[in-house]
Design a protein around this ligand. Structure first.
Ligand code: ATR
Length: 253
């Protein structure tokens, strides 16, 4: 079940989940960072990343986890893309980007974080480099603008949109101008509404490999499922259920 919670009601939503004895929940934007203050304990990874998308309730004790990083890694692997030794460009420096960047930095040859607010990209790049003991050249940062995209995408292997650019109702927007896309790129968009964003459509048109936000949603949900149940998640069952739901919604509109 999905609940739309306004930022000013976040503490009540979490208190409600606690009182109702809800065993597990996912949290999405814009609550991933703010929710931390209402939790009792955090997974070690959250302390590093500073973002929560999964809550586990053990006898009234709420523990925060982040599965965005592992969700992105598994979505890449599931589509046959191995991030090991690749140059990865990530757009955004919010909660999702933090989780994905911290994890992919362990695999990438080079990670470049581009963000509208360049200070956030700088902080994230420096935090990753120092906590993983990496050189400044292995994790770089810049402003999310045409010039940086042109420079960095030329020899990149993977680009990930971890901003909300292109999400409904702004689905006419794209973070990357079409002429900067090329067929040697794997273009991964974490936006899942619409399923094929303008970015993914244009990437497909230039012959790039594409990975959609549904794949990310399913794999991060699968990792959450494993935290809640201790059981292996049925990826194919989840994918079919999600696609069925999307089709139902499309036909009901
Ligand atoms: P999430 O949890 O999904 O990562 P978030 O923490 O709110 O959500 O982060 C949203 C990201 O999208 C940020 O990197 C944000 O850039 P800023 O740090 O400059 O705010 C980016 N973003 C959102 N709308 C944008 C837009 N119209 N143009 C450029 N970047 C945008």
């Amino acid at each position: 079940m999905a609940f739309n919670v306004k930022p000013e009601n976040l503490c009540y939503a979490i208190m409600g989940a606690r009182s109702l004895g809800i065993h597990g929940l996912n949290v999405t934007m814009p609550h991933k960072i703010e929710v931390i203050r209402y939790l009792d304990d955090l997974d070690g990874n959250v302390r590093l990343v500073g973002s929560v998308n999964t809550i586990l309730n053990i006898n009234g004790k709420l523990i925060g986890y982040t599965t965005d990083g592992i969700g992105a890694l598994n979505a890449l692997r599931y589509s046959g893309e191995d991030p090991t030794n690749k140059k990865i460009v990530i757009l955004g420096a919010g909660g999702a980007s933090r989780s994905i960047s911290f994890l992919l930095a362990k695999y990438a040859r080079e990670l470049v974080i581009l963000n509208r607010t360049v200070e956030k990209a700088e902080n994230l790049a420096k935090e990753i480099a120092s906590s993983l003991g990496m050189g400044q050249d292995a994790v770089r940062f810049g402003r999310l603008d045409y010039g940086h995209l042109e420079l960095e995408l030329r020899d990149a292997d993977i680009v990930i949109n971890a901003t909300s650019i292109g999400m409904k109702p702004n689905d006419g927007e794209t973070p990357i101008s079409r002429e900067l896309l090329h067929s040697n790129l794997t273009v991964f968009d974490i936006v899942y509404e619409p399923l094929e964003t303008r970015l993914l459509r244009e990437a497909r048109q230039v012959g790039a490999k594409t990975i959609d936000g549904l794949s990310m949603l399913i794999h991060q949900g699968a990792a959450s499922f494993e935290i809640w149940t201790g059981m292996k998640a049925p990826i194919e069952v989840m994918r079919k259920a999600a696609l069925k739901k999307i089709r139902e919604e499309l036909t009901s509109h």
